[in-house]
Design a protein around this ligand. Structure first.
Ligand code: ACO
Length: 432
């Protein structure tokens, strides 16, 4: 609740005078917002539809109430269920964070054991899904495979349509968190023409993913603890980010009461775009295109001339710094001690140095975002560029599901249906 608010969150009223009619209105302000539906009483005549808010890309429209994640973009604050990301990132496992996002509290020892058992019991996928993945061309983008395979899960679990049943809902949540790494790793191994490495339930969530990616002839794969830790941190940092493009898509599709596999497949599709989860892939391609440190000034000049954007820079919400980027930078150092320093890191650090001192980037409030470093770490770990958005999707899955469930249980929510301002032809008739 904002400072100065009454117990019900109300803070006062907004006085509005409509210059078209001279009439005045008083709109309640609650939690720092007016209800845009209250604008509809503002009419020029009885048959006027009423005033609407126009907000392309929802830059200033709260579409829901949420208790999951808090962000203050100006101050660089990110909190999951009240806990600062800086406290969680290094100290908690991804499954603890998933539990926290979904249930509101961190699990105690017993709950964590039960939760971990539930997830590890569902890591295997139906053999037919393997055949489904086999059907993709060898150079299919793994994100395209993931979008399709997650959607296909819907046909394997028809019970998932009963979205009002809490137990059934819970089962699908567990399945999705458990199976995402398996689908992702199988998509990778299909592209590489490798046999599918099955999950190892003795390993951590991150460790098992590395096992499914890299196991070769050894009977038991042992992940490098530093790389396992780094992957865990990266997954935690990506686990939720409130109402971003993909999460809003998850809520939107969920609002039609589609099953969670359909909704999560749509969320993955939204994440796939280069302006969202595809950005880490684009960062790497950009660093490779720059090629050497000497080419950076010319590249920056072309960015400033509007030829293209500096990928991994800028954020709709964070306008001073992205707290996740700071944490990831530390992890990068640990990873490079194991893998050796990547020449792309030198280019990245120099791009960052030049951009942060440049007026264009300062005045546009453009800072490195989470994707600027995550790609470099993944590459050092041997993960191919096409897999970067897939890893983002694995990390974001608990967040998507927490929002999906919160939306379904919110009595104020109905099927999502924005309005438009029509600017097309007036009625006209076909020529006789
Ligand atoms: N490089 C150069 N200029 C930029 C960049 C960039 N990366 N980002 C924004 N700008 C400029 C725009 O050209 C615009 O300039 P103008 O006002 O002079 O015309 C101004 O900054 C505002 O840009 P918008 O697109 O309106 O900013 P918005 O908040 O809508 O965009 C976004 C945010 C999409 C992240 C943008 O900064 C961008 O495209 N970044 C590169 C892609 C990227 O890294 N995406 C990952 C985001 S993090 C995530 O999804 C996890």
């Amino acid at each position: 609740m904002a400072e100065g608010s009454a117990a019900d969150g109300s803070e006062g009223t907004l006085q509005v005078t409509d210059s078209r009619t001279g009439k005045s209105y008083e709109l309640p302000i609650v939690d720092g917002a007016i209800r845009t539906l209250d604008l509809r009483q503002i009419k020029t005549s009885d048959d006027d539809f009423g005033l609407m808010g126009y907000d392309p890309a929802f830059q200033n429209t709260a579409s829901c109430r949420s208790t999951i994640t808090y962000i203050d973009g100006d101050k660089g604050i990110l909190r999951y269920r009240g806990y600062p990301i800086e406290e969680l990132a290094d100290s908690r496992s991804f499954l603890e964070i998933a539990y926290l996002l979904l249930n509101g509290e961190l699990p105690d020892g017993d709950r964590l054991r039960v939760w971990t058992d539930e997830i590890t019991n569902h890591t295997f996928i139906h053999e037919s899904i393997k055949h489904f993945i086999d059907g993709f061309h060898h150079d299919a983008h793994p994100m395209g495979m993931l979008v399709s395979a997650v959607g296909a899960l819907s046909t394997f679990y028809p019970e998932s349509k009963q979205i009002r049943d809490p137990e059934i809902r819970h089962r699908q949540i567990v399945r999705l968190i458990a199976k995402m790494p398996t689908l992702a790793a199988f998509a990778y191994r299909h592209a590489m023409g490798l046999y599918y490495a099955y999950p190892d339930d003795d390993l951590s969530y991150a460790g098992n993913f590395l096992n499914m990616m890299w196991r070769a002839t050894e009977l038991k794969y042992q992940p490098n603890p530093i790389l396992e830790h780094a992957l865990n941190v990266l997954l935690v940092l990506h686990a939720d980010h409130e109402q971003n493009c993909s999460t809003s898509t998850m809520r939107m599709v969920g609002s039609s009461e589609a099953d969670p596999y359909a909704a999560l497949s749509a969320a993955c599709a939204a994440l796939y775009g280069p302006l969202h989860g595809g950005a880490n892939e684009q960062v790497l391609r950009m660093l490779q295109a720059i090629g050497t440190v000497d080419n950076i000034p010319d590249y920056i000049r072309r960015v400033k001339a509007g030829e293209f954007r500096l990928m991994g820079f800028g954020h709709r919400v964070y306008k001073n710094f992205d707290p996740r980027a700071l944490l990831i930078k530390k992890v990068a150092e640990q990873v490079f001690e194991v893998t050796g320093r990547s020449p792309l890191l030198d280019i990245a650090l120099e791009v960052e140095r030049i951009a942060l001192a440049d007026d264009y980037f300062i005045s546009h409030k453009l800072y490195p975002n989470v994707d600027f470093y995550s790609g470099i770490i993944y590459l050092a770990m041997g993960i191919p560029v096409e897999m970067f958005p897939v890893l983002f999707a694995i990390g974001r899955t608990p967040g998507w599901l927490a929002h999906w469930e919160e939306g379904l249980l919110d009595p104020e929510q109905r099927i999502g249906r924005p309005r438009q301002l029509y600017g097309g032809s007036e009625m006209r008739h076909l020529a006789k």
